[in-house]
Design a protein around this ligand. Structure first.
Ligand code: ZN
Ligand code: ZN
Length: 444
């Protein structure tokens, strides 16, 4: 074979090898997406970023070096496992601002001596030039990691964040309302004229209205046979408690919005009198329940009023509802189909339209629209969703900030709508089944 022939073979071989590398990356990156919130995926995805960087060098624009957080641990050590979701979150939220690298020292035994660590997990903070700034041994919380970067003088508000960042993690004013005046479901103030109380195994639960009771009812996972016997409503006229099974209900709709309202009565004659004054229909509990459960969230099955909900059109033409903005996106995860969401800005009521293609956001109207991810600190110090009543979409970051200012107890942060969708797409069918169910969702 002549020299030219040999060179051609070498070139072909290089091309084949490069092709295999690219394929491998594709396979591992889609796998990582699916399992991104599982701790075991961290190691994989970190190795993947390392692999990716090499073959792509020279092709891409040179990227400025970033500060780096290296966590040395192992898949099976308990504090390491606790670190895994934190690292994943940091990687997601601070992409382009600092790098997060996890090294499994049991799988890569020669790495530990390289970094001279004594125990796992150990986190090492490097500046953009690769100089070690600080190291910490043991579990290190997300807040502590971010505080440490700040203390080390590393600015994480970096240039690569295209969206304005905004968060409020402690309420503007402490919520000093007496507990018995706060609705268990929506956290709103309880109107003593529409109070509903439910005797549960964990004690009495107080709700602001019959509607919040039906929301609660619709997201209970227990056997609901005879549940109505535990429920007492409030007589509209006297303010006295009445067993729900003995009450009659006046069910009307707001003239302008069509949103339903419900008044309960111990005595049917009083309901008839009130009907003369305010209109509506008199219903027994069972008929009221049927009406209340007729519109459900297409993600979490909660009862909802269309006037409060986001409309969701599923690929193929089926219409359903999202009891909140995030649930509306969740319909794509539950149905595994593309969707179109029509939601209202929580401040102004203006329409926001999100369309997905292949489960990713393909169009956003207006382009400036953002999501508020309401979050609340759980008793173990980690953060969880604050629940459906504390989520929303906004036309832009300014509207979101104004709404947060008007609602001093809300805590959470601004996230891109694409991220809100991606978070839902990561859920397993089991997690979707539990979504927003009593005892599974809101940290109380
Ligand atoms: Zn309520
Ligand atoms: Zn929902």
């Amino acid at each position: 074979m002549n020299k030219v022939g040999k060179i051609i073979i070498v070139i072909v071989l290089i091309a084949v090898v490069a092709g295999v590398l690219v394929l491998k990356q594709k396979a591992s990156s889609s796998k990582t997406e699916q399992t991104a919130n599982q701790p075991s995926a961290i190691n994989e995805s970190v190795q993947q970023t390392d692999n990716q960087r090499q073959p792509q060098q020279g092709k891409e624009e040179p990227v400025a070096a970033l500060p780096k957080l290296v966590d040395l641990g192992a898949g099976k050590c308990i504090p390491c496992k606790m670190m895994a979701p934190i690292l994943e979150k940091l990687k997601e939220e601070y992409a382009g601002r600092f790098e997060v690298i996890f090294i499994d020292v049991w799988e890569n035994p020669n790495e530990a001596p390289k970094y001279g660590i004594k125990l796992i997990p150990t986190q090492i903070f490097f500046d953009a030039s690769g100089k070690e700034l600080f190291r910490h041994e043991g579990f290190f919380s997300k807040e502590d990691i971010l505080a440490k970067w700040k203390e080390l003088g590393i600015d994480l508000s970096g240039p690569s964040s295209q969206l304005p960042t905004f968060e409020r993690l402690t309420p503007a004013v402490p919520d000093n309302r007496p507990k018995e005046n706060i609705c268990y479901m929506c956290d709103g103030d309880i109107n003593p004229k529409t109070l509903v109380s439910v005797n549960t195994d964990k004690g009495p639960v107080r709700l602001c209205s019959p509607h919040c009771y039906f929301i609660m009812y619709s997201c209970l996972t227990e056997d609901k046979t005879g549940f109505e016997k535990r429920v007492s409503v409030t007589d509209w006229g006297t303010g006295n408690p009445v067993p729900a099974t003995e009450a009659v209900f006046l069910y009307g709709q707001d003239e302008a919005t069509g949103r339903p309202w419900i008044k309960a009565f111990a005595d049917r004659d009083d309901a008839v009198k009130e009907r003369v004054a305010s209109g509506g229909n008199i219903l027994a509990l069972e008929a009221l329940q049927q009406k209340e459960l007729s519109h459900r969230c297409g993600f979490c099955d909660r009862s909802c009023y269309p006037q409060d909900a986001a409309e969701v059109i599923v690929e193929g033409g089926i219409h359903t509802w999202g009891c909140c903005s995030h649930c509306a996106l969740g319909v794509a995860a539950r149905t595994r189909k593309d969707i179109e969401v029509h939601e209202k800005d929580r401040l102004t009521g203006e329409e926001i339209i999100v369309k997905t293609f292949e489960r990713k956001v393909s169009s956003l109207k207006p382009k400036t629209a953002v999501a508020w991810f309401g979050q609340r600190k759980k008793s173990d110090g980690t953060w969880g969703s604050a629940g459906c009543f504390h989520q929303g979409f906004f036309m832009n970051a300014d509207n979101l900030k104004k709404w947060v200012e008007q609602n001093p107890y809300e805590t959470g942060r601004l996230i891109p709508i694409s991220q809100a969708l991606a978070d839902k797409m990561k859920l397993s069918p089991q997690q979707i089944q539990k979504a927003c169910k009593i005892g599974e969702c809101v940290p109380k």
